[in-house]
Design a protein. Structure first.
Length: 153
């Protein structure tokens, strides 16, 4: 059942979240507290942390590893207290112009802030394959597992 007022609030909360993420800068990580609940959980292929301070640390580390990191949200959907985002993360030229595509599943709390954030993206194809020796090995494994004649990377 759709409750118009509640769905509008969730949609507005998601738009606030997108605005913060697309405008996020290393010197303004405190803005994350406006869209994440105090004890939020954040999960990605490398981290599983709880609490706004730990989430800020994940993003601070991300900025250190990926200078000029910025996010562009390409699509979004809200269904009740869950939201899905398709995004692209870009780094500047000092990180060899790294660009990563992914999806995030967000659970929104009663106040509209995120209580759980799980990122889904492929580090093998988007990171590991860029490392010279490891990349060669990852491409060999990918070719071995792909259906013959498929458009595998």
């Amino acid at each position: 059942m759709t409750v118009p007022g509640r769905d509008l609030n969730r949609a507005a909360a998601l738009e606030r979240y997108v605005a913060v993420m697309e405008g996020l800068r290393v010197d303004h990580l405190e803005t994350l507290a406006t869209v994440y609940a105090e004890q939020s959980r954040f999960v990605d292929p490398f981290n599983d942390v709880r609490g706004i301070e730990a989430i800020e640390a994940v993003f601070a580390h991300g900025f250190a590893q990926c200078p000029g990191m910025r996010f562009v949200v390409q699509a979004r959907a809200v269904d009740g207290d869950r939201a899905l985002l398709r995004w692209r993360m870009h780094c500047d030229a000092s990180a060899h112009g790294l660009s990563i595509e992914g999806m995030s599943e967000l659970v929104l709390g009663r106040d509209g802030r995120v209580v759980e954030h799980v990122d889904y993206w492929d580090p093998a194809a988007q990171l590991y394959e860029r490392v010279p020796v490891l990349g060669w090995l990852m491409r060999c494994i990918r070719r071995r597992l792909a259906v013959p004649g498929s458009a595998s990377r």
